[in-house]
Design a protein around this ligand. Sequence first.
Ligand SMILES: *Cc1c(COP(=O)(O)O)cnc(C)c1O
Length: 455
Amino acid sequence: MPFTDAALTGLAPDGGLLVPERLPDLSGDLDHLANLSYADLAFEVFSLFISDIPPEDLRGLVDRAYSTFRHPDTAPSVRVQDRYILELFHGPTLAFKDMAMQFLAQFFEYELGRRGEELNILGSTSGDTGSAAIHGVKGKNGIRIFMMHPEGRTSPVQALQMTSVLDDNVFNLAIKGTFDDCQRIMKTLFADVPFKQRFHLGAVNSVNWVRVMAQIVYYIYSGLKVRKETGAEMVQFSVPTGNFGNILAGYYASRMGLPVSRLILATNENDILARFVQTGTYAGSQVSHTISPSMDIQVASNFERLLHVLLDEDGERVSSVMDEFSRSGVVDLSSLKSHPALELLRADRADTQETLEVIRKLRNIANYVLDPHTAVGVAVGDRLRNEDPLICLATAHPAKFVDALMEAVGEEPHHPVLDALEGAETRCDRLPADVEAVRNYLVAALEPSSPVGRG
Ligand SMILES: *Cc1c(COP(=O)(O)O)cnc(C)c1O
């Protein structure tokens, strides 16, 4: 399947996830790549995967995507004591999802324009993904976004980041229910294929290959910079994980030739993935609500791509394992424990207590303030690291999580972007947690003759 088709579709025709047929090898080119700017490196890496966009067009998409970041390095690696913090939060919504979503939105606008098609994104969010998607596609041609969030159940900052976007192509829907209600409504509407086709509905969830591809870049960028600075041969990463999307990109970066000695997977109390890496058994349980809410996930949507690696790319076995898991809620894969991909991985969890302590410790000793997701990664990374330089991925700015920071250090964190939102005009429509209500809303907004449509 050509790149642009895969990127627009999201899923393979059989409902499974798409993976590249073959990974490019960068190992001979590391010295050259180590000297590139973020956008130059992104362009070089994307070019290895994309053959159906002319290079000058791709260059424009990359430049526009990363020009929205507030730091001259886009994603700087900051030394804090004996580790590096890779700051992925300098994009418009102050969370790492901007790193991929800014590019995905540029790509969508370009490709839809080229094909004369349009796309209506329907999504549901508990916080960061929705706001990164909205800030990506706002004001873009050929694309509208309908983003459901559970009313009153995201943090106030997260809700404001979404509802303060007033562009005509952005529709915020506050659903009177839970995040699970939003997910159920979305799945039901996507399962109605004639409806989906008639209204050109699409998704931007973390299983889209473009998002994984865009995330590979910052592992290479940071890994090569830290290697150069320290003179070390290998580096290791610690990644706070929910859906396995971010750390999967790290695995692909190592397969492409980045010298990585260890990939550390860190979870909060929702530790299904950590337990899997430790024991080989993948077993779901109840979701607990923690101070790192973007990792409050029990069924990781990108787990299927890890299985694809562990089962040596045997698509049929992958489907049968996924089926078994959805039937019984547990699969025993301990026979795969010696697979080289698992040898690279180490995993553990950090609970709320430990997370708060790490935030406090780094604030007091090093005057560096972590957000609670990043703190989970630092806690587990410090515990499971080897002697190589350790790079901890910082997935959000602390100012997004005021309550946790107040509890940890007793100081309210600030960021000018969030301060500016106070008292902002907002727009949001409220709907009951009911599939038909959302369906009718979409029809009213998208029927050409409809008075409700905003364009
Ligand atoms: C989404 C998110 C994560 C988890 O990333 P995955 O790709 O789902 O593993 C961690 N931290 C923050 C702040 C996030 O928004």
